[in-house]
Design a protein around this ligand. Sequence first.
Ligand SMILES: NC(=O)c1ccc[n+]([C@@H]2O[C@H](COP(=O)([O-])OP(=O)(O)OC[C@H]3O[C@@H](n4cnc5c(N)ncnc54)[C@H](O)[C@@H]3O)[C@@H](O)[C@H]2O)c1
Length: 362
Amino acid sequence: MKTFSYTLRTSGTMKAALGRGMADLPPRFPELFRQTDGICLVTASDAPPSLRARALALFPEKERPHSYFWLPPAEKAKTLEQAGLLCSFLFEEGFSRDSLLIAAGGGAVTDLAGFAASIYMRGIRWISVPTTFLAQIDAGLGGKTAVNLAGAKNIAGTFHQPALAVCDTAFLDSLPHAELRSGAGELVKYAMIGPAELYRAVKGHLSGTLAGDKAALTACVSACAAYKLKLVAADERDERGVREALNFGHTAGHAFEAMAGGRLPHGEAVARGIRFALIVSRETGILSRADFGRLNALVDALRLKEAPVRRDFRRFLSLVSRDKKARGAANRFVLIAGQGRLSPAEDLDAPLLKKAFEGALK
Ligand SMILES: NC(=O)c1ccc[n+]([C@@H]2O[C@H](COP(=O)([O-])OP(=O)(O)OC[C@H]3O[C@@H](n4cnc5c(N)ncnc54)[C@H](O)[C@@H]3O)[C@@H](O)[C@H]2O)c1
């Protein structure tokens, strides 16, 4: 057995291994593999060969997955059609309720494969192996699965916790710089919503992360994933408001992402959404100008390129009003009164939102 070091966290019904250079999972988590009659590995068709090789190294030679399924790249994976194709494939390959699905890829792969695992034979176990920075700190953890519908994000989905999440930062060695930058959008979110020590850790590692520094990436994955797992454990099905903090920047961010029609990576859309929320918070008077400057400096550090989003404010309003978190209000946003102090607000006026919309896309 090869050696590797990791921290094992338990969050509700899920375990998470966070670290660098992992291999040979079955001997380490025997209870997950003991009564498994089939293993299917799901990856994206555009993933580099090194990703597949590393995913296979998670298994000893004689316990490798039996079946392989390839999803189309990125958001093209997140459709009901792909979920149906994956479920049909599992059926044709003879997978039963005791089979195991392993999703190795970015958030699009873990969202879609987790969704398929939740509906196949009314739910089978799955292991999440997030391989982008964004997915290791956020998307691959927490059990929210989804597909996009009608040009809007995550409209159909389920809660289905993976039995295990494996966040191995060695996967990030092959990640293109643009994907690191996208992940940094969610990283900045953690600095805003988390405790002061998380803010300090993210601020201290932000430039190293953007430069692809391995130690900085590993430190950020450990700190952010541990924080997310804590929130998820307290509110697995997002019923108590604890997980709402994780949506900071996401209502506007999802609208920008949908308006860009696939040309704006999720994390960059979230970074714009965070700037939107900061401007609204400042303009409503709940966030001081000094705190605005301090928090907005983290978004500035991402050096966002111009967003490929048409300045169509009416479409933006229409998308945010139909956000699933609006729950009957004209709109609902998570605002911020200072680092770590979040404050949801509803039914905000159009002129205020327009000012933030323009500021966020500048
Ligand atoms: N479920 C959740 O809680 C949650 C949270 C945040 C985001 N999300 C979702 O996650 C998705 C975005 O995920 P993402 O940013 O990981 O992007 P992605 O899944 O679209 O992946 C981006 C690209 O990186 C490639 N890639 C993945 N790993 C790689 C590696 N190690 N080396 C080289 N290339 C690699 C992929 O093949 C793809 O082309 C969005 O759909 C978003 O809605 C879900």
